[in-house]
Design a binder for this molecule. Sequence first.
Ligand SMILES: NC(=O)c1ccc[n+]([C@@H]2O[C@H](COP(=O)([O-])OP(=O)(O)OC[C@H]3O[C@@H](n4cnc5c(N)ncnc54)[C@H](OP(=O)(O)O)[C@@H]3O)[C@@H](O)[C@H]2O)c1
Length: 293
Amino acid sequence: MVEIEKSAARVAVIGTGAIGSAVVRRLLDGGHEVTVYNRTRSRAARLVAAGALRARSLREAVLSSPLVLLTLKDYAAVQQCLAHLDVDLSGRTIVGMYTGTAGEARQAAERVASLGARYVGAGIQVSPEVIGTDTATILYSGSRHAFEQHESVFELLGRPRLVGEAPEAAAVWDLALFGVWYDAQLGLLRALDTVREAGIDVEEFARTANTQLDHVVAAVPATVSEMLHASYPAGPANLTEHLAVVRHLVELRAGGRLGDGGLPEVAARIEALIAAGRGTEGLTAIVGRRSAG
Ligand SMILES: NC(=O)c1ccc[n+]([C@@H]2O[C@H](COP(=O)([O-])OP(=O)(O)OC[C@H]3O[C@@H](n4cnc5c(N)ncnc54)[C@H](OP(=O)(O)O)[C@@H]3O)[C@@H](O)[C@H]2O)c1
């Protein structure tokens, strides 16, 4: 343990792909002693030339430092690496820096705990070239103590943000953010596809699509407030009026290449609320807590 505290400036980075390489370069620039290990040895050569220390094995890399960053492709890769480690990792912090699910983060945390170390999950909301800049947001979750102990290292990579102490919180936050982008982008693509198929000028249409996206952005604070206070004012339309539009949209999207975006489930939810006498409420009511209907 004492040995670990003394070597606090050391960091091990397992996986020197695009993200891992950017992380290693940033840590070297920040004055850290960085040990690297990559499955494909040649892929770490430039980093070694830049000053990183090459570990001969995964085990040697992990044992070299109090802080170990797993900058790997996915959970399958993380799982394989963790499965190969049968050493006592007491006092170490292992950070899973990959895009994955909540369940995967929990399993990684369990495995790391069984080896005696603390797990921190990370959600990378950046591309490699942004790492180390002010605009880089990396989400972390898990042990607050471990996060705070290594925060100065995390700060070198971008703006660190501890989003929860559950190991999976960063994965949930990370994927939910990606979901916002996919839902908006796919909504736009569905609309463009539909109007083009109908022979409508796509560029003309797109100018009006902007307005709808702006409405969503402008309504974020009010939507969050409605959700948190379980208060659902109708706004420009109530649930009964929304249901009519949603049903028309389901018909318009029928047979579309990108599907209907889950609108039949939304319609069913609205119908249930209307049947419960809540047709005059606003759309946010559909995410009311189950116990509250
Ligand atoms: N790149 C981005 O812009 C970006 C943005 C946000 C999030 N992310 C996420 O960040 C993570 C890393 O992405 P990346 O772009 O760095 O990926 P990458 O360039 O493909 O690198 C993947 C790394 O994982 C290693 N790896 C893959 N399978 C392995 C296995 N079974 N055992 C051991 N090592 C294995 C690779 O080693 P080899 O060299 O031996 O193949 C390589 O070091 C991913 O989860 C990605 O979704 C990336």
